[in-house]
Design a protein around this ligand. Structure first.
Ligand code: NAD
Length: 432
């Protein structure tokens, strides 16, 4: 099929490359010229394992093209995917839909034959209705159909998630269009993914409700971890014991820092704002948002306690600053609050992240990036494991740090409590 992805970010680039890999011809469009130039010269603007190989293979097979010419890409395509960002609005906590509506207007000017317009971006319920209204101001309704197809891929595992999704959700009241999209996804359905079709509003709601539920699970176990710390219970046993109940399930039940990233924080806020507009109080999700925001400070205060509240001039090494491993995405990462806070308190910070140095910290006075894990840890008073990258899972702390009084704060519970205690290291973790 002939496809275009408007917005070549994490979602548009990964799904565009993977659609091309399934044999479709795909235009990836972005208004960011620098991004398009990078892609056309073989560079990948994001860190995503396995993506470079797929992009390269399909680019040279002429099935994958990168352009800033939206008009050309739309005219070429039978199916137009909208994959632009829907960040939190600067005015309130709602989703900023200006990128979506801007794209809808641009698409409307370039429809000369029938197009399926698929909204892959995460949008509040009824956004599809609004897009339809914008386009129908200029084009006859017979010339297009707006469909919802929310994306569930996770950064860091995006290729696998695209190829083997648990489910593919299509929201449309038009059966013919639903069947057309089913045939686009047929190679994935044949491998076992479940195809689920519903109304357009239903699909929009499924995405937000799913993200809010996962965020709730994380916050829930994080609060249970706080309770475990006071009662000398190991939260990992609690997670395992709970997760064995099939009604609960073990995933997203691992205690750690506050949830972050480009989705959960903004989507939990947006769904509550939309629900308020429909005079529905989503009180559970509102308290999840509160709990998560409190957690950031709670863990930072714990750092103070570990250092007996003497933070000034202490050498703190932070391992991992992205919100999760295998991505370079810094959006809403706890580190964005933690590093500046510790810096303000006078700490001397060195951080190491496998995805490289971060612009966000370049202006901070006593914050240094080290491109070498051992070098970063050499003189530390405290090592904080913030992100669960694989290379942090088997560190010989005594070997890489010369400080006899080294303390370790493992926010991801990567190490065995028993082994760390018996090795004589001053080791702190979460909920155990
Ligand atoms: N990142 C994820 O893991 C993930 C997962 C599932 C769903 N989503 C949702 O998918 C959407 C996109 O997320 P993302 O992380 O890929 O965003 P992103 O910020 O990485 O990428 C969005 C891209 O859209 C481009 N863009 C904006 N306006 C444009 C226009 N008028 N024309 C062409 N390009 C334009 C931007 O330049 C940017 O490159 C969001 O709604 C997000 O909530 C994201």
């Amino acid at each position: 099929m002939k496809i275009c992805m408007i917005g070549t970010g994490y979602v548009g680039l990964v799904s565009g490359a993977c659609f091309a890999d399934l044999g479709n011809t795909v235009y990836c469009v972005d208004k960011d010229q620098e991004k398009i130039d990078m892609l056309n010269s073989g560079e990948i603007p994001i860190y995503e394992p396995g993506l470079k190989e797929i992009v390269k293979k399909n680019y040279f097979s002429n099935r994958l093209k990168f352009t800033n010419d939206l008009a050309k890409a739309v005219r070429f395509s039978d199916i137009v995917f909208i994959c632009v960002g829907t960040p939190t609005s600067k005015k309130n906590k709602s989703a900023d839909l200006s990128f979506i509506f801007d794209v809808a207007k641009k698409i409307s000017k370039n429809i000369s034959r029938f197009k399926i317009i698929v909204v892959k971006s995460t949008v509040p319920v009824t956004t599809g209705d609004k897009i339809e209204k914008i386009i129908s101001k200029i084009k006859n309704k017979k010339l297009f159909e707006v469909v919802s197809n929310p994306e569930f891929l996770r950064e860091g595992e995006a290729i696998r998630d695209f190829r083997y999704p648990d489910r593919i959700v299509i929201g449309s009241s038009n059966n013919k269009i639903t069947r057309k999209l089913e045939s686009l996804y047929e190679p994935l359905i044949k491998k076992g993914s479940i195809f689920f079709s519903t109304s357009r509003r239903g699909a929009e709601m499924i995405k937000y409700a799913s993200n809010a539920f996962l965020a709730t699970k994380i916050s829930y176990i994080n609060e249970i971890a706080n309770f475990c710390e006071k009662t000398d219970v190991n939260v990992e046993d609690v997670s395992l014991g709970m997760g064995l109940d099939k009604r609960i399930g073990s995933r997203f039940l691992r205690a750690g820092p506050a949830y972050g990233g480009s989705c959960f924080p903004k989507d939990t806020k947006a769904i509550t704002v939309t629900a308020d507009l429909f005079k529905t109080n989503l009180s559970i999700i509102k308290s999840v948002i509160n709990s998560n925001s409190n957690r950031r400070m709670l863990l930072i205060k714990r750092i103070g306690k570990i250092l007996s509240n003497r933070i000034k001039n202490r050498k703190i090494t932070i391992l991992g600053v992205t919100f999760k491993p295998n991505t370079d995405d810094m959006r809403e990462s706890t580190s964005l609050i933690m590093l500046p806070y510790l810096n303000n308190m006078g700490a001397k910070i060195t951080y190491y992240d496998p995805s490289g140095e971060k612009n966000e910290f370049k202006k901070l006075k006593n914050v240094l990036f080290s491109s070498d894990l051992s070098e970063a840890c050499l003189k530390a008073d405290l090592i904080i494991i913030h992100t669960e990258w694989d290379e942090f899972k088997s560190i010989d702390f005594k070997k890489i740090c010369k400080n006899k009084n080294l303390k370790i704060y493992d926010m991801r519970n990567l190490y065995s409590l028993k082994k760390m205690r018996s090795s004589g290291l001053s080791y702190y973790s979460i909920g155990r």
